[in-house]
Design a binder for this molecule. Structure first.
Ligand SMILES: Nc1ncnc2c1ncn2[C@@H]1O[C@H](COP(=O)(O)OP(=O)(O)OP(=O)(O)O)[C@@H](O)[C@H]1O
Ligand SMILES: [Mg+2]
Length: 398
């Protein structure tokens, strides 16, 4: 057994003893694997009347065996000894002083479909540690894909930084830049990160443009994967496990069915069509949904926008209403059914006025507004138009 593996056992022995059972199946499996021989098993069975002594002797013995640690993890898993397994899967700080993470509930930053993310320390830096189980080849391939993409892209200020990966028998730990909050949480409490809404939208678009210029389809843009930092305020895209790197000349890719999750509203409709063909325009669709999410604090969706009807000819009221109409038209163009009719991320950045605030509106006003969780202007507008239409239809029906 490697010295670092012995160290993990010895520093945690007091916790391992009550969590390990040297039952018959456990010892049989270790014997069948070739790690233990007949003499070893008989010696341990001689202590069967004193469980503490038996487990203590067991951990002494296994440390003398080559490949013992990996086999121990495997057999603990097969005999469902999850307590001991979680202790041995942990990385004690004594083993690698530059890296440490806590995997208890209080240190948990979030959980997605594929990984659980915890607070950690890496080379004296506060980091996020994404733990991803690789129980089968598909999961292994997803992790490799995510790390490959992070390695290429993390130079951009709107993409999460990747620091390191630590490989274990049953899982990998991806060490990432730490962020304070996701966009999903931010819309519910904007005081935690004081950043204007349109600034977030612009930063996300810049991150997406950067990915697209490197021929990467993100395919996972949603509030849970959009992270925010308070000091200094900044925006970072994360969650690249299902992203795809297109080869030169390729314009679309077929998304395997298994990758599609149920993030309704952020997923482009072409992902659900028979061909399941995705392109850069699929990300733009998600971006349009995300803009609506940000501008309405997550309290409206594309169905509400659809029900507003055609607003092209309504540019006549106040400045604020005009701006809202423009927001709606931009979001509508980005979420058109036909992917080819949507603007590109570069076109949005160079021509769209969606990133500009209302005339007369400045950063301070937006900042003042952080403490007043009133309806944002676009939400007020959507409610107003839909309400007026409702009154109109009601009167017409009478
Ligand atoms: N760098 C980070 N800092 C803080 N919290 C994070 C960080 N990365 C992820 N999280 C939190 O953990 C959650 C899950 O992370 P992530 O999105 O990377 O995993 P996933 O959803 O399983 O995978 P993917 O999004 O690639 O399909 C996020 O929604 C977020 O709440
Ligand atoms: Mg995610």
């Amino acid at each position: 057994m490697e010295p670092c593996e012995k160290q993990i056992i010895n520093t945690n022995l007091d916790k391992l003893i009550p969590n390990t059972s040297c039952n018959t199946t456990f010892l049989d499996l270790l014997q069948a694997s070739g790690v233990f021989n007949n003499v070893d098993v008989n010696a341990l069975n001689a202590h069967s009347s004193n469980k503490i002594e038996q487990v203590t002797q067991f951990y002494k013995l296994i440390q003398t065996k080559a490949g013992g640690y990996q086999m121990l993890l495997k057999v603990l898993k097969e005999t469902k000894q999850t307590g001991a397994l979680s202790i041995l899967n942990k990385i004690p700080s004594q083993y690698d002083p530059s890296f440490h993470y806590d995997d208890d509930a209080t240190a948990r930053l979030g959980k997605g479909k594929f990984g659980t993310v915890f607070k950690g320390k890496w080379k004296n830096r506060k980091v996020a540690v994404k733990r991803v189980m690789h129980t089968d080849e598909t999961k292994k391939a997803r992790i490799e894909n995510e790390v490959d993409i992070l390695r290429i892209c993390d130079k951009h200020s709107n993409i999460i930084r990747y620091f390191d990966i630590k490989n274990f028998e049953y899982f990998d730990l991806i060490v990432l830049e730490f962020c304070d909050i996701t966009l999903k949480h931010w819309v519910a409490d904007r005081t935690k990160v004081q950043i204007p809404r349109r600034n977030i939208m612009k930063k996300v678009t810049k991150g997406l443009e950067w990915l697209h210029k490197r021929r990467i389809l993100y395919l996972n843009l949603k509030p849970e994967n959009t992270l925010l930092n308070a000091e200094p305020p900044c925006v970072k895209l994360a969650g690249f496990a299902s992203s795809v790197r297109l080869k030169n000349g390729e314009k679309v890719c077929q998304v395997p069915l298994g990758v599609i999750d149920d993030t309704f509203c952020f997923e482009a409709p072409e992902r659900r069509r028979n061909s399941r063909e995705c392109s850069f325009a699929s990300d733009v669709y998600s971006l349009g949904s995300l803009f609506l999410f940000v501008l309405t604090d997550g309290r409206s969706n594309l169905k509400d926008v659809e029900s507003l009807g055609n607003l092209e000819n309504t540019m006549n009221e106040t400045n604020e209403a005009n701006k809202c109409v423009n927001d709606i038209l931009t979001i509508k163009s980005m979420t058109l059914d036909d992917p080819q009719s949507r603007p590109t991320s570069s076109e949005l950045l160079s021509t769209s006025i969606i990133f500009q605030r209302y005339s007369g509106e400045d950063d301070m006003q937006e900042t003042d507004d952080f403490n007043h969780p009133t309806d944002p202007p676009l939400l007020r507008f959507i409610k107003h138009v839909n309400h007026s239409k409702f009154i109109l239809t009601k009167n017409e029906n009478h």
